[in-house]
Design a protein around this ligand. Structure first.
Ligand SMILES: [Mg+2]
Length: 437
C-alpha cells in the first residue's frame, strides 16, 4: 500500500471541554501551538510520509477548520469534510456518518494527537494482516500505565485483547490512536447511531481479527492545559532549535554480526532471537544521550529484499532493540531503515523492496530524512559506523565521521581514500571521545 493511495480520516469534532480557555474561540485541533494550529504539526508529518487524501470529520466550529485547510490544494493534498449533526454520535457514529466518502480501507487518527510513528510499517502490517483475515490494525504502545490506563493485552507480537472499560491482568499496552479499518466494518451500523469505535475494536480483538503494530515513541495530545504546555515545549525543542546529532549505524556497532549458515558468511540478525547487543554498546548510547546529542540509528537492512527474512521481522528486530534500550533508560530519538536492495535475487518474495533507492547507504537519504524531521546542527554532528558506506554517507552531508574497527580490516584501502575523521575501537570508545554539547 502506498500512502498516496490511502485515505486518512481525522476525528476533529470534539468539544475540547477540558481545554475550555483555549477552545472557547476555536476547535481543539486549531489551538495554536508554537505559532500554528496544533493539527498543522500532525498534518506535516503525514504529508512527509506521502499521504494525500484526507477526510476531516468536523463538528464544533467546523467552519473554522474549513477556513484554515480548505480543499488542501495549497498543500498538494485533497481534503473533504463530513459534518457531525445535531446529535452527538461518538467516534464510531462520526465515521459511520462519513461512510459515503470512505474508501475500502482507511487510516483513522485523532485531530488532537501528535503521532510520530512509522506509517509505512502501519500500511505494510495492515495489508499483510488482511491476507490472514484481520480486518483492522491498531497501533499500540508499551505503556505500563505511564500515560493513561493500559487497555491492550499483547502476546508475542499478537494483539489478544483490547478493552478500555475492563482492565485485566497482563494489560501492558495502550491503544496509540492510529488505526487502520476496513470500511465494511461500519456497513451494518444505522445512520445516526451513536457509538464508540472502541466497541468495534474490542469485538475484533475477541474474534482474533485485530492486527497490531507496536510503536515505541510516546504520543502527545492536547487534551488539557498541562499536556498542551508539554507539547509546546517539545515542538520548540524539536523544530525551532538546532541540536547536534549522532547518527549511528546498527550492525557491528550496536549489535553483533551473526554467522549465517545458509550463506556461510557473517550477516545481520534475521530473527529477533539473533539480536545481541555488543558489550558496552548500551552504555555508550546512554553516554551519547547524556552528552546532549540526538541519537538517530541509520541502518541498511536488505535481508527481506534478498528473501532471507521478511519485512515484518526486520521491523520486529528494531522494535525489540528500541524496547531493550528504553528499559535501560536510553531513549533513541529515531530510527531510519532502508529495507531496499537494487536487484531481485532468487529467494526474493517481497518484490516491492527491490528498488534503486536514495536511502541505502552510501547514499545519504536516511540522514536527509532525519534532517527533514528535526532541527539538527549538522556542523556539530557525527556519523559512526563500521563500513566505508557509513563514512561515505556521513561525509556526503558534511558530518564528522567516526569509523569503528581496527586498521587491519580489508576495507582499509577504500578508507584510505575516504579518510574518516576519527577511528575508534568500538562505540564505547567513540562515545568517550565525543565532545559535550
Ligand atoms: Mg555496520
Amino acid at each position: 500500500m502506498n500512502p498516496a493511495d490511502v485515505q486518512v480520516v481525522v476525528l476533529m469534532g470534539g468539544l475540547g471541554t477540558r481545554l475550555k480557555n483555549f477552545t472557547k474561540e476555536c476547535p481543539k485541533s486549531l489551538v495554536e501551538v508554537n505559532g500554528k494550529p496544533f493539527f498543522d504539526h500532525q498534518l506535516e508529518l503525514l504529508c512527509a510520509w506521502g499521504f494525500k487524501k484526507f477526510v476531516f470529520l468536523v463538528g464544533y466550529r467546523a467552519q473554522m477548520v474549513e477556513d484554515r485547510y480548505g480543499d488542501g490544494s495549497s498543500r498538494g493534498i485533497s481534503i473533504r469534510y463530513s459534518y457531525d449533526g445535531e446529535k452527538l454520535l461518538g467516534t464510531g457514529g462520526a465515521v459511520r456518518r462519513a461512510l459515503s466518502f470512505l474508501e475500502d480501507d482507511f487510516l483513522l487518527i485523532y485531530g488532537d494527537s501528535f503521532m510520530d510513528i512509522d506509517y509505512a510499517e502501519t500500511l505494510y502490517r495492515y495489508e499483510r494482516g488482511k491476507k490472514e483475515g484481520y480486518r483492522a490494525l491498531m497501533s499500540v504502545l508499551c505503556n505500563n500505565n505511564r500515560f493513561d490506563k493500559s487497555n491492550v493485552v499483547m502476546d508475542g507480537g499478537r494483539l489478544v485483547l483490547y478493552d478500555k472499560h475492563n482492565p485485566v491482568p497482563g494489560m501492558d499496552y495502550i491503544d496509540y490512536g492510529a488505526c487502520m479499518y476496513e470500511r465494511s466494518l461500519f456497513d451494518d451500523r444505522a445512520e445516526d447511531e451513536a457509538f464508540d469505535i472502541a466497541e468495534i475494536l474490542h469485538d475484533l480483538s475477541v474474534e482474533g481479527k485485530l492486527a497490531a503494530q507496536i510503536v515505541t515513541k510516546r504520543f502527545y495530545e492536547i487534551g488539557n492545559p498541562d499536556s498542551l504546555a508539554e507539547f509546546t515545549s517539545y515542538v520548540k525543542h524539536r523544530f525551532d532549535e538546532e541540536h547536534p546529532a549522532v547518527f549511528v549505524d546498527r550492525d557491528g556497532v550496536i549489535n553483533e554480526i551473526v554467522w549465517n549458515d545458509d550463506i556461510e558468511q557473517l550477516d545481520s540478525p534475521m530473527k529477533v532471537s539473533e539480536f545481541k547487543f555488543l558489550p558496552g554498546a548500551v552504555e555508550a548510547l546512554k553516554k551519547i544521550k547524556e552528552k546532549g546529542y540526538y541519537v538517530f540509528i541509520v541502518t541498511n537492512q536488505p535481508g527481506a529484499a534478498k528473501g532471507k527474512t521478511d519485512l515484518a521481522t526486520l521491523y520486529d528486530i528494531n522494535t525489540y532493540m528500541i524496547g531493550c534500550l528504553a528499559k535501560e533508560g536510553v531513549e533513541i530519538d529515531d530510527l531510519f531503515m532502508c529495507p531496499h536492495y537494487p536487484k531481485e535475487l532468487p529467494l526474493t518474495k517481497e518484490k516491492f523492496l527491490i528498488k534503486k533507492c536514495n536511502c541505502r547507504k552510501p547514499e545519504p537519504g536516511l540522514i536527509y530524512r532525519a534532517m527533514r524531521k528535526y532541527g539538527i546542527d549538522m556542523q556539530r554532528s557525527f556519523m559512526i559506523g563500521d563500513s566505508c558506506t557509513d563514512v561515505t554517507a556521513g561525509a556526503a552531508v558534511g558530518l564528522s565521521t567516526v569509523f569503528i574497527g581496527d586498521l587491519k580490516c580489508d576495507l582499509c584501502k577504500k578508507l584510505a581514500d575516504l579518510s574518516p575523521d576519527f577511528i575508534a575501537k568500538d562505540l564505547a570508545d567513540a562515545a568517550e571521545d565525543l565532545p559535550e554539547v
